[in-house]
Design a protein around this ligand. Structure first.
Ligand SMILES: CC(C)(COP(=O)(O)OP(=O)(O)OC[C@H]1O[C@@H](n2cnc3c(N)ncnc32)[C@H](O)[C@@H]1OP(=O)(O)O)[C@@H](O)C(=O)NCCC(=O)NCCS
Length: 310
């Protein structure tokens, strides 16, 4: 029984479905669909050198890696590797082979600092430490049962504020790009991100197959987008995930994030979605407070592990 590592075959549906299945078993708090996995491989900016790897044993996909350079960070030389092995197929060497192949790829393209998200469980943390990584900041996965009664009542927008959906932007989402760029750069993280290229944003985000433009909700103040909550949906499983919530700096602290996300959640529930998922850095006190107000509960945590190459 030999484990081997190779690139995912994006044109082979069964291979992509196996990758999605491994991810779902290892990390059920994120939406993994075959289309989303292929989209990321095909549309991530070429400078990211993005690769999806699989570990295979006797023809069965048992592990997965997504690997890329943080090409949109002002700090050069950062590489990211996220590795998940099927929980019932660990201790067969798949994780170690995936780490090795990922590190080789990243260092060949100039990475000197490697970052990996690790689910906060003792075996995973020990694995990362054995490979020379040290723990950095943490993030929580949160979950809200939309069939329960916890959602706050729907609020009417105050005077001067209008709620619209992303679908209303038609073919010109540039104002949304600008809001996303401003707010994402303020999100607490150990990898600073700067969205500067509109065309890349359109390819990676606006055309993302999980993006639900009807449920993505935007608050307008004086005709300009001031806050937004981005909905990703998987109708097959009834799951809805918030990919981003942000309020322009000039409009923070006025309830716009709550208003916008609440409108999106209510419409998601009306559309039949039963579970809402999201994730927050532990340092993002405002967003954690907002999600607690909605009734989200922490269901798991992950830790960013970092390895600096000498
Ligand atoms: C997080 C963010 C979306 C909040 O937007 P906002 O429009 O100011 O939020 P709201 O006014 O709707 O809600 C404010 C709530 O946040 C909480 N809050 C605000 N500042 C806080 C702080 N310093 N500590 C703890 N809670 C805080 C409170 O619960 C407050 O509710 P209250 O006013 O009823 O008491 C905004 O700061 C932002 O865009 N940040 C950068 C992007 C980001 O991190 N997004 C989240 C990604 S997961």
């Amino acid at each position: 029984m030999t484990v081997t590592v190779r690139d995912l075959r994006p044109d082979d549906r069964a291979d992509v479905e196996s990758f999605a299945h491994v991810r779902h078993l290892a990390l059920p708090h994120i939406l993994w669909t075959p289309d989303a996995i292929v989209h990321r491989l095909a549309h991530t900016h070429p400078d990211a050198r993005f690769r999806s790897l699989v570990a295979e044993e006797d023809g069965e996909v048992i592990g997965s890696a997504q690997v890329q350079l943080a090409y949109d960070s002002p700090e050069p030389g950062q590489g990211m590797l996220n590795i998940y092995v099927r929980p019932d197929r660990t201790h067969r060497g798949a994780g170690t082979l995936l780490v090795r192949a990922s590190e080789e790829h990243l260092t060949a393209h100039g990475a000197t600092k490697l970052l990996a998200w690790v689910l906060d469980e003792p075996a995973n943390r020990a694995f990362a430490e054995r490979h020379g990584y040290r723990a950095s900041r943490s993030a929580h996965f949160l979950r809200l049962d939309l069939t329960g009664k916890t959602l706050p009542p729907l609020q009417s927008p105050p005077p001067g504020i209008e709620l619209r959906s992303a679908a209303d932007f038609g073919d010109d989402p540039r104002p949304l790009f600008e809001l996303d760029a401003e707010t994402t750069s303020d999100e607490p993280s150990d990898v600073e991100t700067e969205f500067t290229d509109y065309e890349t944003w359109v390819e990676e985000n606006w055309k993302h197959p999980l993006l639900d433009r009807e449920l993505t909700t935007v608050a307008f103040v004086k005709g300009r987008p001031a806050a937004f909550s981005v909905a990703w949906t998987d109708p097959a499983t009834g799951r809805y995930a918030t990919a981003m919530t942000g309020t322009a700096r000039a409009h923070r602290g006025r309830g716009l994030a709550k208003l916008t996300k609440n409108a999106s959640l209510h419409r998601a529930r009306a559309a039949g979605y039963t579970t809402a998922l999201t994730g927050n850095d532990v340092g993002n006190q405002p967003m954690l407070a907002i999600n607690k107000w909605f009734g989200y509960e922490i269901c798991a945590s992950e830790v960013r592990y970092v390895r600096e190459l000498g």
